[in-house]
Design a protein around this ligand. Structure first.
Ligand code: NAD
Length: 499
């Protein structure tokens, strides 16, 4: 049985706690590896070593740090296929989708090459008589990243690029469900020239996370995962005075207006609802057609598209649309929620519950399901299903559709399909949701913009990647200086204006 160890001080380090977790191949249902789970003592030791290593790294000039990022871009491109293969085998997503996972992370490493420019402070001369004032951005020290299973390359890279390029050391605590790719990323960073100890990958569960949260050394926590854990981490990190940005779950609405190109909308919905088996925080999981006629026509167009979807293992070739979900527990939860939808009176137009794949009967496959006539009180509407299920809730008017999206507790992403610029503009301006697509189904901003949801989808005040990430991973120091020039004013006891 393969073991996945921690990555400490530039090399693999077997765990000492005696605790491990199973890593599955979701397509076959087999356990393919055991990942070490760190104890508090192991986590504390990894943090202490990171703090030592950070001193030199923080003092390395930003351009040299940026060169590590440059080299990292080459290495990620070099090893893309190898990493994607491992990623697919532990996560279950298709091979092209696994490459997309790495690519979207790589783009943030490319952005982080701009660290010298992004870290420049501000300066004004002559703020008062002989007085100059300047601000600088300095690294925080040791920071932590706690990441989810659904993007095992992208989300760690979103954290590592800006945090490391800013001069911090990082403790990465990846998801224990697909832990191998984060180790591969750490090995590549070493090859790219990152000094040992500056990036420590410590695998684990709640015990390891709590050790991060209670550490006096860790200065900031970047978390991505489900909302209850995001809120827990935000609160516990704040209790020890840490900076925290914690991104949570989602229930992304697509509003389909009567004037939309319904073929385009149906294609977009199918890709965004069922891609990666719906295990994306930007999945469109709710369709809100406006008007009965739009709804009827949309369902008519969706059904044959959904029935044609090819579900299979990543090894079955590039025409597979989506793979299995991550664990047997995830599968069970999705099927349970579909069941509640039926019980609570929604119409199950496409039923994926009995899906089974010959030769892969033990895999965690779930067929695609489509609900129509859902209502806001139903569990399938209120809960993030995180599976291949699209729920349709019909609205009579645009305002009713907007209100549905706005009243939902999650506010990660949304999309509107329309040919009317005025409606699209109104929607983008008024909705209380962090990322908006206009005729674009998964509006994931590019690396040089920022990514983050509102409401229960995000706790904290700065987003991921883009300029916000460099603000999150640095703190500002402002210096007011005056060099002796013969001015002798005597002591001042009031707040002085600089005149
Ligand atoms: P999760 O919350 O179960 O796990 C995320 C991380 O928290 C993992 O590293 C895990 O080990 C740790 N963790 C789990 N339980 C914990 C506990 N009780 N105490 C301390 N730490 C704990 O999430 P997941 O299932 O890995 O990922 C899926 C979720 O992530 C979905 O809700 C999805 O919407 C969300 N997500 C959000 C974004 C975003 O940017 N908003 C992006 C990707 C995924």
């Amino acid at each position: 049985m393969r073991s996945v160890h921690h990555w400490i001080d530039g090399k693999e380090a077997p765990g000492k706690s005696g605790r491990t977790a199973d890593v599955y191949n979701p397509a076959t249902g087999e356990v393919q590896a055991k990942v070490d789970l760190a104890s508090k003592a192991e986590m504390d030791a990894a943090i202490a070593r990171a703090a030592e290593a950070q001193v030199g790294w923080g003092a390395t000039n930003p351009q040299r740090r940026a060169r590590v990022m440059m080299k990292m871009v080459d290495l990620l491109n070099r090893d893309m296929d190898k990493m994607a293969e491992v990623l697919s085998s532990e996560h279950g997503k298709t091979f092209p989708d696994a490459k997309g996972d790495i690519q979207r992370g790589l783009e943030v490493i490319e952005y982080s090459i701009g660290a010298p420019q992004l870290l420049k402070g501000e300066f004004i001369d002559g703020a008062g008589p002989g007085i100059d004032m300047y601000s600088m951005r300095q690294p925080l020290g040791v920071v932590a990243a706690i990441t989810p299973f659904n993007f095992p390359a992208m989300i760690p890279l979103w954290k590592l690029g800006p945090a490391l390029a800013s001069g911090n050391a990082v403790i990465l605590k990846p998801s224990e469900r697909d832990p191998t790719v984060p180790n591969m990323i750490a090995a590549l960073f070493k090859e790219a020239g990152l000094p040992d100890g500056v990036l420590q990958v410590v695998h684990g569960d709640k015990e390891a996370v709590d050790a991060i949260l209670d550490s006096e050394v860790i200065q900031a926590v970047g978390f991505v995962g489900s909302t209850p854990i995001a809120q827990y981490i935000y609160e516990r990190a704040a209790a020890t005075g840490k900076r925290a940005q914690c991104f949570g779950g989602a229930k992304n609405h697509a509003i389909i207006m009567p004037d939309a190109d319904l073929d385009q909308a149906a294609d977009a919905l199918v890709g965004a609802a069922y891609g990666a088996a719906g295990e994306r925080c930007m999945a469109l999981s709710v369709a809100v057609p406006v008007g009965e006629e739009t709804a009827d026509r949309l369902i008519e167009k969706l059904v044959p598209r959904i029935e044609k979807l090819k579900v299979g293992p990543y090894t079955a070739g590039d025409d597979v649309d989506f793979g299995p979900v991550v664990t047997a527990a995830a599968k069970k939860n999705i099927l349970r929620l579909v069941e509640t939808g039926v019980e609570q009176g929604a119409k199950l137009v496409v039923d994926g519950r009995d899906f089974s794949l010959q030769g892969y009967e033990d895999g965690f496959f779930v067929g695609p399901s489509l609900f129509d006539h859902a209502t806001p009180d139903m569990d399938i509407y209120k809960t993030e299903i995180f599976g291949p299920v699209l729920t349709t809730i019909r609205a009579k008017t645009y305002d009713e559709a907007l209100k549905l999206a706005m009243d939902h507790e999650y506010g990660n992403g949304t999309a509107i399909f329309t040919r009317d610029g005025d409606t699209a503009r109104d929607f983008a301006s008024r909705c209380n949701i962090g990322m908006v697509g206009i005729n674009v189904p998964i509006p994931v901003p590019l690396a040089y913009f920022t990514f983050g949801g509102w409401k229960k989808s995000g706790f904290g005040d700065l987003n991921q990647h883009g300029p916000d990430a460099f603000r999150f991973y640095t703190r500002t120091k402002t210096v007011t200086s005056r060099w002796p020039s013969g001015i002798k004013e005597g002591a001042a006891f009031n707040f002085k204006a600089m005149d």
